[in-house]
Design a binder for this molecule. Structure first.
Ligand code: NAD
Length: 269
């Protein structure tokens, strides 16, 4: 499979290029790496830029158009605006598009849905195996513990550079909890609290965000009852968890019919 990476110079882009070097035996070859015209790594060998020991003869460029036309699959951890533009290119090239970018607005997600009519799109705000399993567990536990007896609160902490809040993963966990209770997250979410908030409303799902240091990503879903509390916790220790998941998603989606897929589809959970 011929793979491209957009946002190649970013934290995740570099990690994916390094992970690809470790997974050389899987038959996936890096054929292109793209970043913004003003990105610092432009023109460098992609493997050296990512911190691999050996060059691979692929230079970091700034034009995604030939990349999407040439590659079988492109992995995209960039920004919402860039991802929407890339989705159009993936649709034109019928290229597998693996999207890890978070902070997408509803309209951006609609654009992914439109592109998915023409090419396989795997979209997951968290590509790790552990969080994918957590999503399924949260849905099950939320269905088992009634809203009148158990309040759901979602807590997350990430590194100081993260620009969106709550995290895409926290919102995904909220959607899973809401689905377990046969409702939509929009109807029940409390995204933040400050000042005289009044008492907690039964059936709502609350969010709390912390930012600091180098935390890769911690998520806790709390089911708080009067007499007991259940907590489901995931802690990412290394971005490798997301990079390995993204590569697995690209390999899984290659050859699949057009459609919008999640990591739960990829892992069959
Ligand atoms: P980062 O800022 O280190 O990297 C983003 C990269 O995208 C940068 O190199 C930037 O120059 C590039 N970029 C921006 N606009 C572009 C454009 N138009 N064309 C090409 N490149 C462009 O950020 P990061 O930590 O790597 O995270 C990137 C995204 O991935 C964020 O939305 C983050 O929340 C998300 N993320 C998702 C997962 C997951 O598992 N799904 C895991 C970690 C991070």
């Amino acid at each position: 499979m011929r793979l491209g990476v957009v946002g190649a110079g970013g934290r995740m882009g570099r990690m994916i290029i390094r992970q690809l070097a470790e997974e050389a035996a899987t038959g996936v070859t890096l054929v292109g790496a793209v970043d913004r015209p003003e990105a610092p790594g432009l023109g460098l060998d992609a493997a050296l830029m990512a911190g691999c020991g050996q060059p691979i003869g692929v230079r970091v460029g700034d034009d995604p158009v030939p990349l999407f036309a040439d590659a079988d699959a492109v992995i995209d951890f960039t920004s919402p605006a860039a991802t929407v533009a890339h989705a159009r290119l993936a649709a034109q090239g019928k290229t597998v598009h693996v999207v890890g970018t978070t902070g997408l607005a509803d309209a951006d997600e609609d654009a992914l849905g439109l592109a998915a009519r023409h090419c396989p799109v795997v979209y997951a705000p968290n590509m790790s195996v552990g969080v994918t399993l957590l999503l399924a567990l949260v849905e099950t536990v939320a269905a088992a513990l009634p809203a009148e007896d158990f309040d759901i609160e979602i807590q997350e902490m990430h590194h100081r550079h993260k620009v969106d809040a709550p995290s895409g993963t926290a919102l995904g966990l909220g959607r899973a909890a809401a689905a377990g209770r046969n409702t939509g997250l929009e109807a029940v979410r409390t995204l933040s609290r400050v000042g005289q908030t009044g008492e907690r409303e039964t059936g709502t799902i609350g969010f709390a965000t912390s930012r600091g240091g180098a935390v890769v990503g911690d998520h806790t879903v709390v089911f708080a009852g009067d007499y007991e509390r259940v907590e489901l916790v995931h802690k990412a220790a290394d971005r490798k968890a997301f990079a390995a998941g993204a590569l697995r998603a690209a390999r899984w989606a290659y050859g699949k019919p057009p459609g919008l897929y999640s990591m739960r589809d990829v892992l069959g959970i």
